[in-house]
Design a protein around this ligand. Structure first.
Ligand SMILES: Cc1cc2nc3c(=O)[nH]c(=O)nc-3n(C[C@H](O)[C@H](O)[C@H](O)COP(=O)(O)O)c2cc1C
Length: 306
């Protein structure tokens, strides 16, 4: 059987549906010695901001049962270094290239999008309106449908690059934000970013993170993410990149069967950098076993009763 793993996110074409998630793969450099980046469906970069950012005070990571709590605070070298050093490096790979951006205010997002607009090699921008670790500002757009709509609409006016809006789970109804993004002209959605959390050292009576709160990722959040992909898939027609705790092909298939057109591997990259590539093979095997030739036939193939 000829297995076709190609997937489409609106105008974005993927050779296969498995990507690596923002902030867990840097700008790819560290991973080239470990895996073949050409075999990834796509690379989503670490969030890039206008100015370089040092991020939050340490400690910035702490482990929790089946999860990782982080408060990196969007450490990155800024757009100038990204364009000069990181983009030329990332441009050599066959994987779709998705650049994740964030700003403190609307104009920051617009300036970033304008500066990236001229770069042909970029397949999409992932708009991070959902970072829980940047003092009060990180979530102001992503928790408010009105602000999400306005931001995406303005971005749509300054760039032709497809826009993927990255949503936060730290809301009551994620599909409301998804709908706002759709109405404003988004190409696709990424969900979920990390779940706001906190961890305490009872001996010292201090929080375990310098930022006090952080974002929870890893297998602990997977059922939350799967449920949110389902809610969104049922109410919005935009293609979805599902993420949150994916460690193997079975995890990835949960997201795909419930409506994701692609998946992204985050925290699992830290445990095994070849996770995404193993998942590609696992999906292929599953399709062979189920007699499905085209990956896109798997999307939303869920039976809705047990
Ligand atoms: C250490 C770390 C850094 C992250 N940095 C970013 C980031 O810069 N931008 C962003 O949009 N998401 C960032 N994320 C969120 C991930 O891209 C992903 O949405 C989330 O971790 C859920 O997937 P996972 O459980 O597979 O890690 C980060 C996650 C982790 C664990």
């Amino acid at each position: 059987m000829n297995i076709n793993l190609k997937s489409k996110l609106g105008r974005i074409s993927l050779n296969n549906p498995v990507l690596v998630a923002a902030g867990t793969f840097g700008f790819g450099e560290e991973y080239t010695a470990l895996i073949n980046l050409n075999k990834l469906g796509g690379i989503i970069t670490k969030t890039v901001t206008l100015e370089p950012r040092k991020g939050n005070p340490p400690p910035r990571l702490t482990e929790t049962p089946a999860g990782l709590l982080n408060a990196i605070g969007l450490e990155n070298p800024g757009i100038d270094v990204f364009l000069k050093e990181k983009l030329p490096f990332l441009s050599q790979f066959e994987a779709a290239l998705i650049v994740n951006i964030a700003g403190e205010k609307e104009e920051d997002y617009l300036t970033l999008a304008e500066r990236l607009n001229e770069k042909e090699r970029i397949d999409a921008l992932e708009i991070n309106i959902s970072c829980p670790n940047v003092k009060e500002k990180g979530l102001i757009f992503g928790t408010d449908p009105g602000r999400t709509f306005l931001l995406v609409k303005k971005l749509r006016e300054v760039t032709n690059i497809p826009l993927i809006i990255k949503l936060t789970p730290n809301v009551t109804d994620i599909s409301e934000i998804a709908q706002a993004a759709q109405e404003a002209g988004a190409e696709a959605l990424s969900l979920i970013n990390t779940v706001l959390g906190m961890s305490i050292d009872v001996e010292t009576r201090r929080p375990k993170l310098g930022n006090i709160t952080g974002g929870l990722s890893g297998p602990a959040i997977r059922p939350i993410a799967v449920r949110m992909v389902r809610d969104t898939f049922q109410k919005v027609s935009l293609p979805i990149i599902g993420m949150g705790g994916i460690t193997c092909s079975e995890d990835a298939l949960e997201f795909i069967l419930t409506g994701a057109s692609a998946v992204a591997v985050g925290t699992a990259n830290f445990i095994d950098p070849s996770t995404a590539l193993r998942i590609v093979e696992g999906i292929k095997e599953y399709m062979q076993r189920k007699g499905i030739e085209n990956f896109e036939d798997l999307i939303g193939w869920l039976e809705n009763s047990v």
